[in-house]
Ligand binder design. Structure first.
Ligand SMILES: O=C(O)C(=O)C[C@]1(C(=O)O)C=C[C@@H](O)C=C1
Length: 89
C-alpha cells in the first residue's frame, strides 16, 4: 500500500469518530432547542458561543491552530443553529 493510502486510512478513522461525535452533538443541540422553546428563549446565545470557542482554543496542544479552531466552532455552531431552527419552526 502506498504512503498516501495509509495516511488516508488514518483520516478515514478520524472522520468516522468525528461523524459519530457530530451526530451526538447535534442530538444534544436539538434537546437544548426544545428546552429553549419551552422557556421562550432565543436560539442564539452569543456569550455561550464565545465561551465554547475560547474553551476549545485553550484545549489545543498547538496554539498555532487557534484561528482554525475558532473558524471550526463558528461553522459548527452555525450548523447546530440550523438544526435547532429546523426543529422549532
Ligand atoms: O448552548 C446553547 O445554548 C445552544 O443552543 C448550543 C449552541 C452550540 O451549538 O454549542 C448553539 C447555539 C447557541 O448560540 C450556543 C451554543
Amino acid at each position: 500500500m502506498s504512503e498516501i493510502d495509509l495516511l488516508r486510512i488514518e483520516i478515514d478513522d478520524i472522520d468516522q469518530e468525528l461523524t459519530k461525535l457530530l451526530e451526538r452533538r447535534l442530538n444534544m443541540a436539538k434537546k437544548i432547542a426544545e428546552h429553549k422553546k419551552k422557556q421562550g428563549l432565543p436560539i442564539l446565545d452569543e456569550s455561550r458561543e464565545e465561551v465554547v470557542i475560547q474553551k476549545n482554543i485553550d484545549r489545543l496542544n498547538n496554539p498555532d491552530y487557534a484561528d482554525k479552531v475558532r473558524e471550526f466552532y463558528i461553522n459548527l455552531m452555525d450548523i447546530s443553529k440550523d438544526v435547532q431552527e429546523d426543529l422549532i419552526k
